[in-house]
Unconditional design. Structure first.
Length: 232
């Protein structure tokens, strides 16, 4: 059996992953964390031991889609399909930040597919991120942090600004839907390319400072200071 936990809301999907793990542990399953490089061998070896000792394992893997993709048949893909159909094998895959559209191949074979989608409010916030709209953006941001994790909002903003830069230089990937392309192009026109790139660099510096513990400000405080300069 194959359970896939995905979605652009990484915080919510990670929380769901922990809930699934806790549930299996409460049912006396032995959690086994596997690397993508040796998942096939590890499961086969572990299943042989299970047959000998009668223990039940649940296998956890991240980003199975890195190897389970494309239309070409492979030994790896055939093995994953077999695992998904085998009731004696329990495999849980966490696809951080990926939508159902991104991993449609996995969705087709999954016994259970869980997608954690961002709320409508986060997209409204991202749409309001442009120069001379500081007051509206800050107000919306503070309201959104009451129900959404600040790190998730930050991650989505970084991704959005990166897309605006691509739209500005007409380099958006072909996978972007026409209506999304139109919205991004319109919003990017409200920015200068220089300020967009500088804003993105500022977001990257905040990310590094938070990860290294070099900042004395919270993520919200750091972001608002940066916004005051570029979205004023």
């Amino acid at each position: 059996m194959l359970t896939v936990i995905a979605g652009e809301d990484i915080v919510a999907s990670r929380k769901k992953l922990l809930e699934v793990k806790t549930d299996y542990v409460s049912k006396k399953y032995n959690p086994v964390f596997l690397a993508l490089s040796n998942i096939l061998d590890e499961i086969k070896i572990d299943e042989q031991e299970v047959n000998l000792f009668g223990d039940s394992s649940v296998y956890f893997i991240e980003n199975l889609s890195k190897k389970y993709n494309g239309r070409q048949k492979t030994v790896f893909k055939d093995s994953i399909v077999e695992f998904s159909k085998n009731r004696n094998i329990t495999l849980v895959d966490w696809e951080a930040g990926k939508s159902a559209y991104d991993i449609s191949g996995l969705k087709r074979i999954a016994t259970t597919f869980i997608e954690c989608k961002p709320s409508k409010s986060i997209f409204e916030l991202l749409d309001s991120c442009y120069p001379r709209n500081l007051k509206t953006f800050i107000k919306s941001y503070r309201e959104l942090t009451l129900t959404q994790d600040e790190m998730f909002i930050f991650i989505m903003l970084v991704k959005h600004i990166r897309n605006l830069i691509l739209a500005k230089v007409d380099a958006l990937p072909q996978s972007i839907k026409p209506w999304q392309r139109s919205k991004l192009t319109h919003q990017s026109a409200l920015w200068t390319e220089k300020n967009l790139v500088s804003f993105y660099d500022g977001l990257a510096k905040i990310d590094i400072a938070l990860k290294t513990g070099a900042s004395s400000y919270s993520i919200g405080q750091s972001l608002e200071l940066l916004l005051c300069y570029y979205v004023r």
